[in-house]
Design a protein around this ligand. Sequence first.
Ligand code: 5AD
Ligand code: FES
Length: 330
Amino acid sequence: MLNKQEIISLLQDEENQADLLKRADEVRHQYVGDEVHLRGLIEFSNICRNNCLYCGIRRGNTKVCRYHMDENELIETARRAAALGFKTIVMQSGEDMYYTEPRLCRIIEAIKKFDVAITLSIGERTYEEYKAFREAGADRYLMRIETTDKELYHKLDPEMSWQHRYECLLAIKELGYELGSGIMVGLPEQSIESIAEDLLFLKELGVDMAGIGPFIPHPETPLAHEKGGTLGLALRTMAVMRLLLPDINIPATTAMESLHPEGRIMALKAGANVVMPNVTEGEYRKLYELYPNKICVNDTPAHCRSCIGMKIQMIGRQIGTGYGAHKKAS
Ligand code: 5AD
Ligand code: FES
């Protein structure tokens, strides 16, 4: 098992990056095989009560045209995604309180009828709400810790609490969800040492899924003029995550493809085994802009499904046929 110093060395070593990514690819092959699991991502609301400095849909960004799908629209979008063959639906939004507990429970129950696994990615809620969503049929929950550097976390959103977010993650796990978390790399003032600590934190937490993406500065946020993360560092971080947690699900993140046209394929060859194509329809795709240069904003769900399907086949991998749950290596 890699210690912190060894992790730091791997993260820093640009020269031997190819070796690291290859090693992660081998571990991925050995532990989770060649299947790539697809998750249909529905961005159902860009309304958010929070004001994270890095995020394009932060409350303080008055330039965003806000939307939320209504209940039927969301269920219909999920139905179509299931019809395209997606076995997991990810429901993602800002922290939009229009989506109350009873409303979300009704939606989860309706979508479960399409024979899909449901992942929620809707931020911080109460223990009772997490419990109700789980009982309604939600299988997984996705919430990045973003960074384990608490000082940095609080600088990035002075109104939020790192400890509270951590407690949410523990509650989610305790309630029997499959837990997905993760981080951004290349945040202002984030050190390599802190990224190493993030990876050890995710291992300690025992996540079932870990998403790692580069921070990409959004022009309408206070961090507009920051540097942002590189694809190289994001890939190395993801690869080390694979070495540390060999059997978990790791997505090739969309933000990686925003930095390079083949970003997701590069990730799939460096430890990733999941892709989350966007199945949001129409104008909503453009309006859900967490960071600039978001990919696929003018495409349709069917187009993205076949596009990514072809890319996966081109690299000799197969699309997963099951729900793609985390299978623990014995
Ligand atoms: N650049 C990259 N990723 C971002 N996210 C939010 N804003 C940005 C940005 N500017 C990520 C966060 C969040 C996820 C849904 O999107 O990690 O958890
Ligand atoms: Fe959307 Fe390729 S995945 S166009």
